[in-house]
Design a protein around this ligand. Structure first.
Ligand code: GAL
Length: 799
């Protein structure tokens, strides 16, 4: 009963707004009940769900489990359970909402999602990564009566993914309340057909739901970043089509260095002046172009896309989307020098695109990982035939107003490259995209290097050719055969565990193609992979090699490294217990591996000097010491005050290197610019773990959302405060009643304890806890308990 009152209150408050603005988007994430079971009786309004768990969306039920070898997704799918789950929610509507159109909008659910309102079946949504909506209007009860929405999400057919998918309603849900006459949001397409320093023309195309063809007024306003109106237009509309131009003088352009955004406001008014509807879109003034010889251009200036591929999971949060967690990933990438993201291999949360718009990141937006030919027994190939065009259309309509999106990809390593159906499908899909967006190039990430036999290439329909791996082919192929610009849509697939170092002679430099199985037997017994940049999947290369090959070719529009972050699933080269990937430049917990600084030294102008490995070895060991640096002639290494010589990087090797007979003490690297010391790094041999150092990251990753998270890092220190990397201890995290630990991690790919557990062992001296605000208090407190004692961590305002 208490619940019912709560919703009534919210709804009346909202209804008031609706009259004022014409439209309201209501956060519909709270107050759901969930059960991991399957029974059609759950759809019935009178079903008693009081013993179900209370959940707040976004929600991913898979991540709540410990890892296990027996789950049918396999370790490629993250070694976590699938299954079928149901969500139910009751809510009331006031009489003020009568006559309104009310729809429910799902940002994404994995997968096969069926929805009932008050027992009435609304339909089944198949694609696990696209947004979808249902009109609830005809079935709703007003005047304070109960409405029941029931959602069945079926992820029981496994395996269905080459990576961890997550299960459930893992993105936001909203209710949208409009008047019968309203703008069809997904039909709006904002372009900038003419753009100069002095003037930017915005073309506004949209459609009105206005079946009676009532004459209404349309008011278009453009607001700058400060909310100041910079252009306005008033006109009247007698039909359903909107097609207007509006000019902005001296527009501030959107760029990767200055992501200037404008808000375009469309307001529909009744002849008597009442607002019938109002929608807002953010746009950017920018131009993009690709050139066969010169690569990518942003705003008329050549710019290599320095990109990474990212899967959609957010580490310990699983697939459950959280904007601050996504921002953390993007900001860490941007700090490294990244200016582009490839959404491997599916449509992302729209909030991720909002972040890219705001941060100034270019997006290579990808639709599919397979077409009709499967990669897994139960993957989307089962539904492809029925849905591939409509899903692609929904994808383009959803994302085409984001300035960050610069490329549409119709697929990754699609098997139809190898047969003639690939040609027909490519043509069809490119046409479908172009009908909805003629301003962005269409690409696909291909692997077949024999162009006579590449049937996707044969279609000659792609504007830009994505080519994965095989850098030796960059010079030979596409420009001559296909005649379109080329990007390195995927490279590298380097393998590393953070802070693990095998002596270089013990690891494999580049794998011969035949050594896939051999590697596993040659791998480390503890399922780690050395973090010197010298191990890769047999189809990949070191990070340095991949970047060097792209760097020296101007015609390559960009590089997209596999991958920016470790992700759940695909733990090549190991079997279970490995359960997450080794490919990331940053580990699953968000701790950078050493190679992060190779990129930072190459891709940014920040002063970089990073030294590896740690300095806890055994006397008698010969240790490979590397330094990544920039903005200097050379670097010099000192061991306990004695110089071991200067070293430098070369055109073919992007780090300085020394071989050092270990002796405990102090290792120092000094970087020289114009002969003078410009930066130095010291590493000391650590003693026994004695205390915990904690650090809270929040401000850099906040998005202004109540759901923003705290990311608390714990580092083991010895008695003198030197970071400890060769001992690990168990930590237990607890918080005050207004907060909650929602995830813990240490970045190790074969740690089997579930990622939502509140106890976590450090790995190489580090662990992470993710904390959510539950209550109203802006201040919070966490306690970390371990055999080294208790440590209190404060967060929130006034800390
Ligand atoms: C690529 C593929 C990616 C990932 C990667 C791992 O071929 O496109 O999805 O599987 O290999 O190395």
């Amino acid at each position: 009963m208490k619940r019912a009152f709560f919703f009534l209150f919210i709804f009346l408050a909202v209804a008031g707004d609706v009259w004022a603005q014409g439209r309201q988007q209501v956060d519909f994430n709270a107050g759901w009940r969930f059960k991991l079971a399957d029974d059609l009786a759950f759809r019935r309004p009178d079903f008693k769900d009081s013993d179900w768990s209370s959940v707040v969306l976004p929600h991913d039920w898979s991540i709540l489990s410990d890892f296990g070898a027996h789950f049918p997704a396999g370790n490629a799918g993250g070694a976590l359970p699938g299954g079928t789950g149901w969500y139910r929610k009751n809510f009331q509507l006031g009489d003020a909402d009568k006559g309104k159109k009310i729809s429910i909008d799902f940002g994404g659910a994995y997968r096969y999602t069926e929805v009932w309102i008050n027992g009435q079946y609304l339909g089944k949504h198949v694609n696990g990564y696209l947004s979808f909506s249902y009109d609830l209007t005809p079935y709703l009860r007003h005047g304070g009566q109960e409405n029941t929405i029931a959602v069945r999400v079926d992820n029981s057919l496994q395996p269905n993914s080459r990576w961890y998918s997550g299960s459930g309603i893992y993105r936001d849900v909203h209710l949208t309340v409009t008047n019968p006459i309203h703008i069809l949001r997904e039909e709006t397409f904002l372009t900038t057909p003419s753009l100069s320093k002095d003037k930017g023309t915005i073309r506004v195309r949209s459609k009105l739901n206005n079946s009676a063809q009532q004459a209404v007024n349309l008011h278009i306003r453009v607001l700058d970043a400060k909310g100041k109106s910079v252009a306005e237009k008033k006109t009247s509309v007698h039909h359903t089509q909107i097609d207007e131009n509006i000019d902005v003088t001296t527009p501030a352009w959107w760029d990767v260095t200055a992501p200037n955004l404008y808000t375009v406001q469309l307001r529909v008014l009744h002849k008597d002046g009442a607002i019938l509807d109002q929608v807002e879109y953010r746009i950017g003034f920018r131009t993009i172009a690709f050139d066969v010889n010169k690569g990518f251009y942003l705003n008329g200036r050549p710019l290599k896309m320095l990109g990474v591929c990212l899967h959609h999971d957010l580490g310990a949060l699983g697939a459950a989307f959280n904007k601050s967690a996504a921002k953390r990933q993007l900001v860490l990438m941007q700090d490294m020098g990244v200016n582009a993201i490839r959404t491997a291999h599916n449509p992302p949360a729209t909030e991720l695109l909002d972040l890219c718009d705001e941060l100034g990141l270019l997006v290579y937006n990808e639709a599919y990982d397979m077409w009709q030919k499967r990669k897994n027994k139960f993957d989307y190939h089962l539904d492809f035939k029925e849905h591939y065009i409509t899903d692609l259309q929904a994808f383009v309509k959803r994302d085409r107003n984001h300035p960050s999106v610069v490329l549409w990809s119709i697929g990754n390593e699609i098997r139809e490259q190898f047969d003639s159906t690939g040609t027909t499908l490519t043509k069809e899909m490119v046409k479908a995209v172009k009908q909805l967006d003629d301003t962005r190039p269409v690409t696909a990430a291909l692997t077949e290097n024999n162009w006579e036999k590449n049937f996707i290439g044969q279609a000659k329909a792609l504007d830009v050719l994505g080519f994965n791996y095989k850098y030796a082919d960059y010079d030979k192929l596409p420009r001559e055969f296909v005649g379109v610009p080329l990007i390195a849509s995927e490279t590298t697939s380097g393998l590393q565990t953070r802070d693990v170092y095998d002596a270089l002679h013990d690891t494999i430099q580049f794998w011969p193609a035949s050594s896939k199985d051999k590697f596993v037997t040659n791998g480390n017994a503890d399922f780690t992979v050395s973090a010197y940049d010298n191990v890769a999947a047999y189809w990949g290369t070191s990070h340095e090699r991949a970047w060097l090959e792209v760097k020296k070719r101007d015609f390559l529009g960009g590089i997209f490294v596999w991958t920016g972050f470790d992700y759940l699933g695909e733990p090549v080269p190991y079997p279970f217990p490995a359960r997450s990937s080794y490919y990331g430049i940053v580990d699953l917990a968000g701790f950078p591996k050493d190679v992060y600084y190779m990129y930072q030294s190459e891709w940014t102008d920040k002063d970089v000097l990073h030294v590896l490995p740690h300095w806890n070895w055994t006397v008698g060991d010969t240790v490979d010491v590397w330094a990544y640096y920039n903005r200097a002639e050379d670097v010099e290494l000192f061991l306990n005050g004695k110089s071991l010589g200067k070293a430098r990087k070369t055109n073919e090797q992007l780090h300085a290197a020394w071989k050092v007979p270990f002796e405990p003490g102090e290792l120092k690297v000094v970087k020289y610019r114009k002969g003078k010391s410009a930066q130095e790094v010291i590493k000391r041999t650590a003693g026994k773990a004695a205390k915990l150092q904690t650090e809270v990251a929040y401000e850099r990753f906040t998005t202004g959302d109540q759901r923003d998270l705290y990311f608390v890092t714990v580092q083991l220190l010895d008695a003198e405060g030197i970071p400890v990397v060769d001992q690990d201890i168990e930590l237990t995290f607890s918080t005050d009643a207004d907060h909650e630990v929602v995830g813990t991690d240490n970045g190790f790919q074969a740690d089997l304890s579930g990622l939502t557990n509140t106890t976590r062992k450090t790995f190489k001296g580090k662990a992470l806890a993710i904390v959510r605000k539950k209550g109203k208090s802006a201040k919070g407190m966490m306690t970390v308990t371990s055999r080294l004692g208790e440590k209190q961590v404060q967060f929130g305002a006034g800390k």
